[in-house]
Design a binder for this molecule. Structure first.
Ligand code: PLP
Length: 390
């Protein structure tokens, strides 16, 4: 307890102010459990903000990191590298078509690169994104993010983006023109409240983009890599976007962003983009191990089965405070008739960590290695808390 106060006090003294912190100092994790510095265990239904698809301290990922750390940590893309080459091959196994890849260090960077690639490959400047969409907080990605609270302080610095209603094809028809470089959307909106894109809308976006020469970017940073019952959530609509962005769990918790575009669109000119740490051997080794482990887990099928079951269990509770239950695979939003913050606090005091998505949505992003027993425990705690919620 003394340590908690000490660590929290030190952080509070030095941190930027950008984050609203929860009063918990996490010091260790294993699979779906994390521990605080007083030794209390929590079931982590946040996956560390969606990152820990494989849970915490996955042995194969930890081994790969340790081995690469004592071999070669850093080597920029100015040189070729064995691990990076292997990662490109592993990534190409995720896609049905041939792709080009830009490797970076975060989700926002993956989207930043996607927007730059779209501009370079089309020569156009227009960007269309969706209302409630979240694409990150660097200036380019921030422009595509909808929430005005995030964008307003930087007005004038972010690119002009036309935000259209999610799932509204007529709005897309009107907004996408022969000046549009890119349309960027999530297949399942995460931060925006866990809303699924309609398959018809996604197919319509692809058609309109193809007709008008714009590129469709699907941001799979939160929804991808098996989280939503497919390798990419957009596969539910049967389409292959021009550009796909990945991040979060791609390297088993080590920072990495990936921007993958159709190879037939071509490469981008030298020096138009770059990153010192992008494609470094350490994160590439971690990503190879993570992708192998996700395949071994049969991540899409597992998240689909567990997610269907979990949504069913929550629905069966018939809780009056629940307005709606949405999601795909293990990306679940429970929309409440009340504010979510006290619910999150009550869950935490019962050993469950979960996320908000807006003010009234309880978001569950369990690790894909979570067990049915752990989820049964979670359902019981959620039932206790939501029965009391007003
Ligand atoms: N895109 C989506 C859909 C996200 O959920 C996030 C993060 O939550 C991002 C982009 C930004 O990723 P990062 O925080 O790694 O920059």
């Amino acid at each position: 307890m003394i340590d908690t106060v000490t660590f929290a006090a030190i952080e509070d003294r030095y941190t930027s102010g950008a984050y609203t912190k929860r009063p918990l100092t996490l010091v260790r994790g294993e699979a779906s459990t994390v521990w605080d510095d007083a030794g209390n265990a929590y079931l982590d239904l946040t996956s560390g903000q969606g990152v820990a698809l494989l849970g915490h301290a996955h042995p194969a990922v930890a081994r790969a990191i340790a081995q690469q750390a004592s071999t070669l940590i850093t080597s920029a893309e100015a040189f070729y590298n064995d691990r990076r080459a292997q990662l490109y091959e592993a990534l190409s196994g995720l896609f049905q078509d041939e792709r080009r890849y830009f490797l970076s260090n975060s989700g926002a960077e993956a989207n930043e690169a996607a927007l730059k690639v779209a501009r370079l490959l089309t020569g156009r400047t227009g960007i269309v994104a969706a209302m409630r969409g979240f694409h990150g907080r660097t200036l380019g990605a921030l422009g595509a993010t909808f929430n005005a609270d995030y964008r307003a302080p930087f007005a004038g610095w972010t690119p002009a983006v036309s935000h259209i209603a999610f799932n509204d094809l007529a709005a897309a028809e009107a907004a996408i023109t022969d000046q549009t470089a890119a349309v960027i959307v999530e297949a399942v909106q995460g931060e925006g409240g866990v809303h699924l894109a309609d398959a018809d809308w996604l197919r319509g976006l692809q058609r309109i983009c193809a007709e008008r020469g714009a590129l469709l970017i699907v941001d799979e940073i939160q929804s991808g890599l098996g989280r939503c019952g497919h390798w990419f959530a957009v596969q539910a609509a049967g389409i292959t976007p021009d550009i796909v962005t990945l991040g979060k769990g791609i390297a088993g918790g080590v920072p990495m962003g990936v921007t993958a575009w159709r190879a037939e669109l071509g490469t981008i000119p030298a020096a138009t983009h770059g990153s010192t740490f992008g494609g470094n051997p350490l994160s590439c080794a971690a990503a190879i191990a993570a992708l192998t482990a996700l395949r071994d887990l049969d991540a899409p099928a597992r998240s689909n089965d567990l997610g269907d079951w979990l949504r069913g269990e929550i629905a069966a509770l018939n809780l009056p405070v629940v307005r709606d239950i949405r999601g795909a695979g293990l990306m679940i939003g429970i929309e409440l008739r009340t504010r979510v913050t006290p619910v999150l606090q009550a869950l935490q005091s019962r050993g469950i960590l979960a996320l908000p998505a807006g003010k009234t949505v309880l978001r569950l992003l369990p690790p894909l290695v979570v067990t049915r027993e752990e989820l049964t425990f979670a359902v019981a705690r959620i039932a206790e808390v939501l029965r009391d919620a007003r």
